[in-house]
Design a protein around this ligand. Structure first.
Ligand code: SAM
Length: 239
């Protein structure tokens, strides 16, 4: 089985049985954010940050969430951009899309659309999106360079990349990289901080920054413990 099939299997199961709150995903949203979306979206939350809070969204903007899962960040973004804006969620896992659409129906928001597809092949035209958000997804991709190129393509000139992800300071040891369990758990695929910046620049982005939001201390993660972090990654497509 390849990485994509394993990732689909893991997140199909998570969608069927949403219970939230592993150490990476706990306490990311404040009470007012949690109460503004259906409980099912909060329970299904599997992120590592709060990109909507950090992304500086404006009324009327078009937002795309890469790997939207149960939809929490799409629903929060939809409120922020208002009825004149739009929030797209993109996910490859049918069970997650079904959950996200059910959460959308409960929330009663109409400026939202969940798309089925892969973040390596974004099903939107070029120059269509003001802001790309994502929450703990790009680390899962086996082709991150391609995800960043696709992000660049669909952003409008001047558009912003504003993504929460797991990154590593320094090398991820080979033994960790090779563990499928740690990969689908958002650890083994973490990009090294400098490599993330390099790939963003290679895709054409400017104004690149990586800001740690949380540092993880894992008992079983050997020498990556303390070097793995939830981070907020910003970049811009030049005007
Ligand atoms: C760790 S969960 C995060 C979900 C959501 N962003 C959140 O914060 O709750 C990862 C999600 O990304 C999706 N995903 C992973 N790799 C993907 C890919 N290559 N293309 C599209 N979706 C992907 C999975 O199906 C899953 O829903």
């Amino acid at each position: 089985m390849n990485i994509k099939d394993e990732v689909k299997k893991k997140y199909a199961e998570a969608a069927r049985n949403p219970h939230g709150c592993d150490p990476i995903s706990q306490n990311l949203y404040d009470a007012s954010e949690q109460s503004s979306v259906p409980e099912g979206a909060v329970l299904a939350s599997l992120g590592c940050g709060n990109p909507t809070a950090l992304a500086d969204l404006h009324e009327g903007e078009v937002v795309l969430d890469l790997g939207s899962g149960g939809g929490i960040d799409v629903l929060l973004s939809a409120r922020r951009v208002g009825p004149s804006g739009k929030a797209y969620g993109l996910d490859m896992t049918d069970e997650m899309l079904a959950l996200a659409r059910a959460n959308q129906a409960k929330a009663g928001v109409t400026n939202v659309e969940f798309l089925k597809g892969e973040i390596e092949n974004i099903p939107l035209p070029a120059n269509a999106v003001d802001v790309i958000i994502s929450n703990c997804v790009i680390n899962l991709s086996a082709d991150k360079a391609r995800v960043l190129k696709e992000s660049y393509r669909v952003l409008k000139p001047g558009g912003r990349f504003a993504v929460s992800d797991v990154v590593c300071r320094g090398e991820v040891p080979d033994a960790v990289r090779r563990s499928m369990e740690l990969w689908v758990g958002c650890i083994a695929g973490a990009l090294e901080e400098a490599e993330y910046k390099r790939l963003l620049a290679a895709a054409g982005f400017t104004d690149i920054s990586v800001e740690p939001t949380r540092v993880y201390e894992f008992k079983d993660a050997g020498d990556v413990s303390g070097r793995l972090m939830g981070a907020f990654i910003r970049a811009q497509k030049p005007v």
